[in-house]
Design a protein around this ligand. Sequence first.
Ligand code: SF4
Ligand code: SF4
Length: 180
Amino acid sequence: MTDTMDDHAWRRAVRAAGADPAMIAEVRRLYRLADAEIASHRPACRACGACCDFQRSKHRLYVTTAEVCVVLSAVDPRRPVTGRCPYQLDGLCTIRDARPLGCRVFHCPPTPDDWQGRLYERWLGRIKRVEARFGLPYRYGEWLATLGRLAELPANWPAGEVRGGSNACESGVDSVGGGQ
Ligand code: SF4
Ligand code: SF4
C-alpha cells in the first residue's frame, strides 16, 4: 500500500481524536441510539460470521474517521490484515462494543424495504456531524485498507484491552450505504 503525506496527517489526527474521551463518548452514544433503532426492526442473525470474511462474502465494510477512532480507543490496530476482519476470532466479533456502524446495521438477507440502507445513511450523517464538530478530517474508506494505513501507528498508541470478545457477531459488513 502506498503511503502519502495525507495518510501521515490523517493518522496523526486519528491518534489525537482516539484519545479524546468526549469525541469517543459522543460516537458511542450515537451507536447506542442506532442499536436501539436497529433492534426495533427485529433483524435476524444466526451469528455465523460469514459477512466478516470480506474476501469470500464479497461484501465491503466502509468506515469514516470517527468510527476508526472509536475502534482504536478500544484495541490495538496493528494487526496483520488479510481478507477477513482481523477482529473476528473463532467466528465472533471481539470488538462488539466498538464495531463500526456498518457492522451494526448489516443483517442478511437484505429486506425489500431497504430499512438498513436508510437507517445507515441517517446515522452515518450524525456521525459525520460529530466529526466536523471535533475537527476530524473526513475520510470514508474501505475497512481493511483503512486498517492497513494504520499499521504504522507508533507502539505507544493508547489502546485499551480487547472488549466484548465472547459476544456473537450480529455482524459486520457495510453493503448498505453505498459502500460497494
Ligand atoms: S448477518 Fe453476517 S453473521 Fe449474521 S447471519 Fe448474515 S452473514 Fe451470518
Ligand atoms: S462485526 Fe465488524 S468489527 Fe466485528 S469482526 Fe465483523 S467486520 Fe470486524
